[in-house]
Design a binder for this molecule. Structure first.
Ligand code: ADP
Ligand code: ZN
Length: 519
């Protein structure tokens, strides 16, 4: 009699029982059905193809874009006594030939293959002669042209279905906004596959967004609460990553940099240390993280704005895979917004792509500025309704105040207009507050009617106002290098007096207030 999935789970993997939808998925695949699996990072996707591969006759062929991940997984499987191998460009010809022979002889349970390798005519004809139990397509969102992980070869994976229509296929991803979902199904010819959509909620992660004031100090304050814990700090540029890693190392943290500009050796070494040593803080660009399976990452901090909510959720999903409490912390300011908007406008991408990137950034900014429960906003982004406020994100724990900023907004917009719609927020704020600087005199801005009309608010409050006006589309940023502010169609409704503007009162973090004795 064949072993039951659960007995196999216990015998081989040593786990007591399945989680979430694992059992249903495994039974479906083991029976020969196709599946599209959407499960958050850490949800336990690997078992969804590993168990059926062991239950079915023949080898389970796993397509994975990540060489490092393949190696880790294969190593872990071998320790469990599973006959697993991988084929990718790091192998010498002799080892590759040995593995191919083992596959043909029916001596493999699982074979991980890079897509470019799988698609070679030679390998495909080899598969013709082997017995294949299933195809698993990991990181299936790589098929989406709009995602940041697009892999051209993924588009050609339809050959699997065309050539071996009877072999079940399972595609898996942790990226699941509804448009990407549809694209995966379409591009991989999985329209008829059963879909398994898990909740994307990660109840043990606490989400917090803070407004950037003194970014370094804020990061340090945050990290001090996580001494000796492993975590990831994401920054936008290579330079920022290096600077920050150095700064943190100087503050006594075990901080290492990771970005695509480092030597492959250094990258591999830093990644290894992060995985094996305790309490390493990896300071990285988004080049780091896909496929990293480290269960005890206690925090993911973003010191720059991510480009989309989807990307943000995936990056923060790397925290707390072990189910223990973990934190997702995001620190951003007006400058970050200006930078990202300029990057979009100045890129070589076509108009359609830019349009999409603008929408994604706006969705992310909506999240940052929201006064609602963060979890509700995040999950809504994935088409999921979270029934009640979570009670444990920053907005739930310390509800943000809102204030009627109509008058302030009008002053801000008029001042942008009067100064000629070509200056950045810092200068406009200076004019509003009646500053005495050289630049003000040079442009004659001390003679404007808006000079000094905003002296009632401090500069920090004004920065919050401008940031929120930009985030809300009431101000636009020029696409030239200077990032001047200009009015939008929406701002006219405020200027002509019709519309009220409610803004969020920025929270001053406690530790800073204590130290400075500030407001
Ligand atoms: P994903 O690929 O979805 O990010 P993984 O497959 O790497 O997630 O699984 C995440 C972690 O959860 C791994 O450490 C794995 O061993 C563990 N895990 C998965 N399923 C179970 C289960 N049924 N019981 C116990 N641990 C599990
Ligand atoms: Zn909440």
């Amino acid at each position: 009699m064949q072993e039951s999935p659960r007995d196999l789970l216990r015998r081989v993997f040593g786990h007591e029982d399945f989680r979430g939808q694992q059992r249903a998925i495994i039974e479906h695949i083991a029976d020969g059905g196709d599946a599209l699996v959407l499960m958050p990072t850490g949800g336990g996707k690997s078992l969804c193809y590993q168990v059926p591969a062991l239950l079915r006759d023949g080898v389970g062929v796993v397509v994975s874009p990540l060489i490092a991940l393949m190696q880790d997984q294969v190593e872990a499987l071998r320790q469990l006594g599973v006959r697993a191998e991988y084929l990718n460009s790091t192998l010498d010809a002799e080892s590759a030939a040995r593995i191919e022979r083992a596959m043909l002889a029916g001596e493999l349970d699982l074979l991980y293959v890079a897509p470019e390798r799988l698609l070679t005519p030679r390998f495909l004809s080899l598969l013709d002669r082997a017995k294949v139990g299933l195809f698993a397509i990991d990181e299936a969102h790589c098929v989406s042209q709009w995602g940041h992980d697009f892999r051209r070869e993924y588009r050609e994976l339809t050959v699997l279905h065309e050539r071996w229509p009877d072999v079940p296929r399972i595609a898996l991803t942790a990226t699941a906004d509804p448009p990407t979902q549809r694209e995966i199904a379409e591009r991989l010819q999985l329209e008829d596959a059963r879909r398994f959509v898990s909740s994307f909620d990660r109840p043990n992660i606490r989400y917090t967004v803070v407004q950037k004031d003194n970014g370094k100090r804020q990061l340090l304050d945050f990290l001090r609460a996580h001494r000796d814990e492993a975590g990831i700090v994401y920054g936008l540029s290579r330079r920022k990553v290096e600077e920050t890693a150095e700064f943190l190392a100087g503050q006594g943290f075990k901080a290492l940099p990771y970005h695509a500009g480092l030597d492959a050796d250094v990258r591999a070494q830093n990644q290894r240390r992060f995985l094996r040593e305790d309490g390493v803080v990896m300071v990285a660009t988004i080049a780091f993280g896909m496929g990293i399976d480290k269960p005890d990452v206690r925090f993911v901090a973003h010191i720059d704005l991510p480009k989309s909510l989807e990307g943000y959720y995936q990056e923060t999903g790397r925290a707390g895979r072990d189910g223990e409490p973990a934190e997702a912390w995001l620190c951003y300011g007006l400058g970050d917004m200006v930078l990202l908007k300029q990057m979009i406008e100045q890129s070589e991408a076509g108009e359609e792509r830019k349009q999409l990137e603008r929408r994604k950034l706006d969705q992310l900014l909506g999240y940052c500025e929201s006064m609602r429960c963060r979890r509700q906003v995040l999950l809504a982004g994935f088409g999921e309704t979270y029934p009640h406020p979570c009670g444990h994100c920053d907005n739930c724990l310390t509800p943000a105040d809102s204030w009627d900023a109509t008058v302030a907004a009008r002053k801000a917009l008029s001042c942008v207009y009067r100064t000629g719609q070509r200056f950045g927020a810092a200068h406009v704020i200076d004019v509003l507050r009646g500053g005495e600087g050289e630049k003000i005199r040079q442009f004659g801005h001390d003679r404007l009617t808006t000079y000094g009309i905003g002296a009632d608010l401090d500069a920090k409050t004004w920065r919050g106002v401008f940031r929120q006006l930009v985030a809300g589309g009431l101000l636009a940023i020029d696409t030239d290098a200077y990032g001047g502010l200009r009015l939008t169609d929406a701002s006219r409704a405020v200027l002509t007096g019709g519309q009220t503007v409610m803004l969020r009162r920025d929270v001053v973090e406690k530790s800073k207030r204590d130290r400075d004795g500030g407001p």
